[in-house]
Structures are given as C-alpha cells and as structure tokens.
Design a protein around this ligand. Structure first.
Ligand code: NAD
Length: 309
C-alpha cells in the first residue's frame, strides 16, 4: 500500500497581518495619546498608472484602519528629478511626517539613486536609502525593505526553523532578493543567491530546505525541482490570463513542499502590515525626549535621525 502524498501546509499572510495590525493599532493609539498627533506617512507618486493607484489605495486604507495619518504627494509624470527630490526633502523637513515612501517604478527619466538618496534615512520606512541597505549588510538595525522583511517574517511567525538550514534565494534585486538573503544569513541560514545568469537553477533549488523566490517569472519553480519537505516562500506577483500568480508552479510544488505561501494571500498581505510596523518605529525613534515614555522605549536621540529635530 502506498502512502498518500501529503500536501504542504499553507503559510497564509492574512491572519499574521491581522495580528500585526492589531498590535500596530495599539502602538498608534499610545503614540497619539502621548504626542498629541497621529504618526504620519506620506507616499510620493510620480505619474499615476493603474497598479500604483491600487497599491496607494491599499496603503491609505490600511493606515486609516489603524489610526495613522496617511496621505500622498502627487507629481505629474513629466516631473524632473530635482522636483521629485525636492518633494521628498519637504517631507523630510515636516515634523508631522514620520515615514516617506516613494512609489516605484519611477519614470525612466528619473535616476532612482538621486531620489533614494534624498530620503531622510530616519523616515525611510521601506529601507531603500543606502544607509539602511548598508546597516542591513553589516547586520545592524535599520529599516528593512518591507517585502523582503515580510518574506522572512512569514517564516518566523509560522514557526519555521531557519538557523542551520540551506536557503536558496532566487532573485538578487536591491529591494527583495538581496535583503531577503542578508536577513536569512542573519538568521543563521546558509544562503545561496540565484539569478538570471545562474546556470543550473534546479541543482541549487534541489538542495534547499528553504526557497525564497523573487524573480517575477511565473512557473519558474516547479515541484520537480524541490527537495521533498522544502519550505517555499513565493514573493512573485505576475498577472497571467487576468489572474495573479507567483513565481512557483503551485499545483506541483504543493505536493512536494512541507509548507508554501500562496499567491495571492501569502507575502503580499503581510507586506503592508510590516510597513506599518516600520512607520510606528520611525515615529517613536524620531520623537524627541519624552519623560512620559515607558522605560521600554529608549529615551535617547534616534540613532538614524539626521538633524536636530
Ligand atoms: P526585479 O525584476 O528587480 O528582479 C528579479 C530578479 O530575478 C533579478 O535579480 C533576476 O536576476 C532574477 N531572475 C529573473 N529571471 C530569472 C530566472 N529565469 N532564473 C533565476 N533568476 C531570475 O524584481 P523584484 O523587484 O525583485 O521583484 C521580484 C518579484 O517580486 C516580482 O514578481 C514582483 O512583482 C514581486 N514583488 C512582490 C511584492 C510583494 O509584496 N509580494 C513586492 C515587490 C515585488
């Protein structure tokens, strides 16, 4: 008699995101009572295409639910690099704004670097400023890119053992692949980073206890490539025939993996909740010395803040 193949446990982001949002709502209420204002988030949008509008809508709604004062600054698609950087600096200087996000992608005429360098690292809640990227690289505390953070947090909160395990990250982007790899190293995994020039992707994936896929290629990872019992985190978001799918061929992978994040419903829902935790952290770190703060919140000047605010 052959045993029935067991299907992987689903690592759903929704319930974890809900739990995080409840905690954030409490922190926001405490901050608001203490400071006399809600924590503030602003999103800079340059030219509004449909995916950006949906993303923005989601962020604003998520913030409103937990009491965060969120808004956006919209620049027209033809805006210059200097005007985008100037808009970011205005938000840096606004004491009611604790976190700034620049909606990607930017129009091709604008160099990403000039914009990310304009963000005050203390308000860079999506961890794209070089200082925050450097802090992560060195293993220090800074702001993490929210998607990569969500990919690792879903493992932690699902009780998946990371230390000592073989992890393969597919994708080496500055916003997802590389930060996820550095976080896994920090969690004591042994990490391999694969990318578009990797010659034998399947050979690497087959060794992995944990596979984090962020390539933007639907169906790139199949069940046949996985080691039985592997844990799969699918960060990919692709639209195929009008449906959102990940980078993993879910139907085959779910028969081989021990746990897998669905798309949609896995990393995606967690990303926005994680971003809210970064915002409250930014707000608390930028708050000037406050004698009413409980002792758990360090009454010192924020490590990452630039000027004397
Ligand atoms: P990107 O295009 O910047 O990077 C893709 C990476 O995948 C590159 O490093 C590339 O070398 C690698 N790659 C491409 N084809 C490959 C192949 N055939 N084999 C191995 N590696 C290959 O993309 P990104 O911004 O890092 O995003 C990755 C995916 O994550 C996309 O699908 C994106 O939509 C999704 N994403 C999801 C969220 C979320 O909240 N879940 C947020 C941001 C991005």
């Amino acid at each position: 008699m052959t045993a029935e193949p067991s299907r992987a446990r689903l690592l759903e982001g929704g319930p974890i995101a809900e739990e995080i949002r409840r905690a954030v709502a409490e922190d926001v209420a405490a901050f608001t009572a203490r400071r006399g204002r809600a924590p503030g988030l602003r999103v800079v949008i340059v030219g509004r295409d449909a995916p950006s509008a949906v993303y923005l809508e989601r962020i604003l709604r998520g913030c409103a639910k937990v009491g965060i004062d969120a808004g956006f600054v919209e620049l027209e698609g033809e805006a210059t690099e200097a005007s985008v950087a100037a808009a970011v600096r205005t938000l840096n200087d606004d004491p009611a704004v604790d976190g700034v996000i620049v909606q990607m992608p930017l129009p091709p005429t604008i160099r990403l670097r000039s914009v990310i360098e304009a963000i005050d690292p203390a308000k860079d809640i999506d961890g794209i400023h070089p200082l925050n990227a450097g802090l992560l690289r060195l293993g220090y505390d800074g702001f993490l890119p929210a998607t990569a953070h969500a990919a690792i947090e879903i493992l932690r909160r699902s009780g998946i053992e990371i230390a000592g395990r073989e992890a393969v990250v597919i994708g080496r982007s500055a916003v997802v692949g590389m930060p996820a790899a550095f976080m896994l190293v920090k969690e004591d995994a042994t990490v391999t980073v694969c990318h578009s020039r990797t010659t034998d992707l399947a050979a690497h994936v087959r060794r992995a206890d944990i596979v984090v896929v962020a390539a933007g290629r639907p169906g790139l990872i199949t069940g046949q490539m996985l080691k039985p019992g592997a844990v799969v985190v699918d960060v990919g978001i692709n639209v195929v025939d009008g449906h959102i799918v990940g980078d993993v061929d879910f139907a085959s992978a779910v028969e081989v993996a021990s746990a897998i994040t669905p798309v949609p419903g896995g990393v995606g829902p967690l990303t926005n909740a994680i971003l809210l935790t970064h915002l409250i952290r930014a707000a608390e770190r930028q708050a000037p010395f406050d004698r009413t703060l409980p002792p758990t919140i360090p009454a010192v000047r924020p490590v990452l803040s630039g000027g004397d605010r």
